[in-house]
Design a protein around this ligand. Structure first.
Ligand code: ADP
Ligand code: ADP
Length: 224
């Protein structure tokens, strides 16, 4: 079977991470999430982390050249040779172009770009209620997906925190950045015939069912 090279696209809080957990399990793909990679770099105090921190705290994008280098290298790793799920990359047209050039040079191509669509209002509701375990990475929502015991992770009982960039003033900035710099990718990938749109306002299980069905259809059509 051909490799499955997928991108998750959508505003912050659309449910990309939530779906990624399921899709990577369905198809046994490595999960490459730029936000997670950057947050790990910040907490480890690496050169990348030191450079990225102030942009992230402000809800701005880190400069293209920083993130492009990291992701293109990550895609060369052995575990990404038979497929991958990218979340949070590309986020700008230059990032998408750099990814396209690298894949073409390796005679690889994208299978599909999965756009999870939600309104700005829903983004604000979701991000302001989002809680995460810094230890396990598991994501919760105080109202829509609460943990079994308040404030602690179901997996290992670690404490749940609110990300600094999930505070109200940063959320609005991140949304503006999404509309300005990332949304143009919807047109970019539509033109390439790769975009598949999903209604992210539906409950997580439904969004997941739709995505799985779409990938099955693509496989039947022999596109991937
Ligand atoms: P969310 O999951 O809420 O959409 P992420 O965890 O993907 O947010 O990203 C958190 C922050 O990391 C972003 O606000 C941005 O500062 C930085 N970041 C992540 N991916 C990229 C990227 N591809 N280009 C530039 N900055 C990025
Ligand atoms: P992203 O990775 O796109 O930033 P997340 O997967 O972290 O988004 O989800 C953002 C918040 O919304 C989390 O608190 C998550 O529990 C919640 N959430 C995710 N998907 C849904 C959904 N379909 N309906 C309601 N809440 C959701």
């Amino acid at each position: 079977m051909a490799e499955l090279n997928l991108i998750l696209l959508g505003p912050p809080g659309a449910g990309k991470g939530t779906q990624a957990e399921r899709i990577t399990e369905d198809f046994n793909l490595p999960y490459i999430a730029t936000g997670n990679i950057l947050r790990a770099a910040v907490s480890e105090g690496t050169e990348l982390g030191i450079k990225a921190k102030s942009f992230m705290d402000a809800g701005a994008l880190v400069p293209d050249e920083l993130i492009i280098a990291v992701i293109l290298e990550r895609l060369q790793a052995a575990d990404a040779q038979d497929g991958f799920l990218l979340d949070g990359f590309p986020r700008t047209v230059p990032q998408a172009e750099a990814l396209g050039t690298q894949l073409a040079g390796l005679e690889r191509h994208l299978s599909a770009v999965l756009l999870i669509d939600v309104t700005d209002e829903e983004v604000v509701r979701r991000l302001s209620g989002r809680r995460v375990s810094a230890k396990t990475g598991r994501v919760y929502h105080v109202e829509f997906d609460p943990p079994k015991n308040e404030g602690v992770c179901d997996i290992d009982g670690s404490r749940l925190i609110q990300r600094d960039d999930d505070k109200p003033e940063t959320i609005l900035n991140r949304l503006a950045v999404y509309h300005e710099q990332t949304e143009p990718l919807v047109g970019f990938y539509t033109e390439l015939g790769l975009l598949r749109r999903f209604d992210g306002a539906r409950p997580p299980v439904e969004v997941h069912d739709h995505i799985r069905a779409q990938i099955a259809t693509l496989r039947l059509e022999d596109r991937i």
